[in-house]
Design a protein around this ligand. Sequence first.
Ligand code: GLU
Length: 282
Amino acid sequence: MIVTRFAPSPNGSLHLGHAYAAIVAHDLARQRDGAFRLRIEDIDAGRSRPELINEFLDELAWLGLRWDGELVLQSTRLDAYRAAGERLKEMGLLYPCTCTRAEIAAAATRTGPDGPLYPGTCRRRPPSDEGQAAWRLDMSRATALAGSLTWFDEIAGEQVADPARFGDVVLLRKEAPASYHLAATLDDAADGITLVTRGIDLFAASHLHRLLQALLGLPVPRWHHHPLLLDDHGRKLAKRRGTTGLSALRLAGEDGPGLADSLRSGRFGTGIRLSEGLDWLP
Ligand code: GLU
């Protein structure tokens, strides 16, 4: 049996791109007699808007998508993230970093999937105030410990994990006990996800998540990175660029299951198309 998931962040309203992602995860589970889980990624206190959560649930129901099991809120799992962080610290794999974004941007010479690659400033520096620090993964140590790893994407096939492209990535944030990467990896394991379903824009993240699974002894799922809905400029759909939100469509009395069926059959609407291949980048 497979277990898939849809894991939206309540930072903004859902739009057609989210509907497509939810449908892919839902339909893969239904086609294979599996389960479809729903997780709300709400640990970013600065951006998270709790009032959106009920809206998300209404929209999924309107589209005719039913999830299995309990709804998971990441904000209820902070202790588990802290515990994993402590474990990685005990393994000597994390170090505190007090650099500001501006300092990193000024010193970085390369860019990784999440932005400027950390130049390693705090790696050899005695910590001044750990309470105010973010904790970074010492990537060289971590990859040396984990050795060579592979992972499997249902569309792209077998991959040799290359987490080093993230450099010394932040795993424990200053203002939250986990970064997206750590929280999502722990949650996929805790929720028994066997097929991590998400958009191709997060393909690179799976290199890092595979490493975290190895370091923390977590089960290794398969992945299904689906194409993205793009606008007529080839950009990922975004509310701020004028993509209509699902709530507006629902409140206007549109037929939700009908819209879901249109997306399933590739009728995305004027000017909207699906990305091709693995080369879509933000
Ligand atoms: N929360 C992420 C988003 O809304 C998705 C993360 C994931 O699927 O792993 O884009």
